[in-house]
Design a protein around this ligand. Structure first.
Ligand code: PAF
Length: 280
């Protein structure tokens, strides 16, 4: 496995791969890799010959400086995990390399960013859109792999690919969970032991909410129920709990057909903000 920090060296490597007709898959990450990321690399391995994993903590997608400062940085362990997973190349640029010219462009995603993560984290999807566009232009992958835990991010990147005519296919991979149901996330490493023990409650509430919705309960009542549940535990501060269309992310008043509905939650557990969702 090759490790690149410079855009030009990565491009030379990838040009050679393309010259021998090898297909390229990109797994964009911010590092602190867990089995969820590894599953993206493995999904890529099944489709393409060359898997590039980018590791870049993108400063412009953080609207909270503490969150950026405390984001776990584990490059050596990440590279070991990637090598074991069969990754071909790691791209780990510095901020100066990635943003040699600070981007002045602003990206807007219409209705997609007026709800949930977009509403709670102003500027977040602008930062995601810019860095992902840069990565797509640098790597020019045939496929790009993202986790469905970040459902709204997948929707935003789908819009980006469509509107800017990127010539690649997005692959959204299922959320991986710990045995107690907690969605795998790099932020889980920041939970203390008490918070970690409480964290599976998020998925329990989502699961119960899904059950109630499928039993025909009114959506507004189910959302109230979920809010009450988080209210019973002091350690949690609920940011949002929404029932939405799984593609447009707009709130829904009644369920659509199977696979088109999503319930999504964002919760502070101590100082750590966690998100999760179920599509059904
Ligand atoms: O999901 C992430 O880790 C990041 O938002 C991404 C897609 C790597 C862009 O920085």
């Amino acid at each position: 496995m090759e490790v690149f920090t410079s855009i030009s060296a990565l491009r030379i490597f990838l040009d050679k791969c393309r010259a021998t007709n090898q297909q390229i898959g990109l797994v964009p990450t911010m590092g602190a890799l867990h089995d969820g990321h590894v599953s993206l690399v493995k999904a890529a391995r099944e489709q393409v010959q060359i898997v590039v994993c980018s590791i870049f903590i993108n400063p412009i997608q953080f609207n909270n400086k503490e969150d950026l400062d405390k984001y776990p940085r584990t490059l050596d362990q990440d590279c070991e995990a990637l090598e074991r997973a069969g990754c071909s190349a790691v791209f780990a640029p510095s901020a100066d390399e990635m943003y040699s010219t600070p981007p002045e462009l602003k990206m807007h995603f219409g209705n997609l960013e007026t709800v949930m993560e977009g509403a709670s984290r102003p500027g977040h999807f602008n930062g995601v859109g810019i860095v992902v566009s840069r990565l797509f232009n640098i790597v020019q992958p045939h496929y790009a792999y993202f986790g469905q835990k970040d459902l709204q991010q997948v929707a935003v990147i789908n819009r980006l690919v469509r509107d800017l005519a990127f010539s690649l296919q997005l692959v959204a991979c299922p959320t991986l969970r710990e045995t107690d149901g907690l969605a795998m996330s790099s932020r889980n490493a920041r939970l203390n032991a008490d918070e970690r023990a409480l964290a599976p409650f998020i998925y329990q509430v989502l699961t119960e909410a899904k059950k109630q919705l499928l039993n025909g309960c009114e959506i507004s009542r189910v959302i109230d129920f979920a809010k009450e549940q988080f209210g019973t535990k002091d350690a949690f501060k609920l940011d949002y709990f929404e029932a939405a269309d799984a593609t447009t992310l707009q709130p829904i008043r009644q369920l659509g057909s199977e696979g088109t509905n999503a319930i999504c939650a964002a919760v502070y557990l101590g100082a750590v903000r966690l998100i999760d969702n179920i599509v059904f």
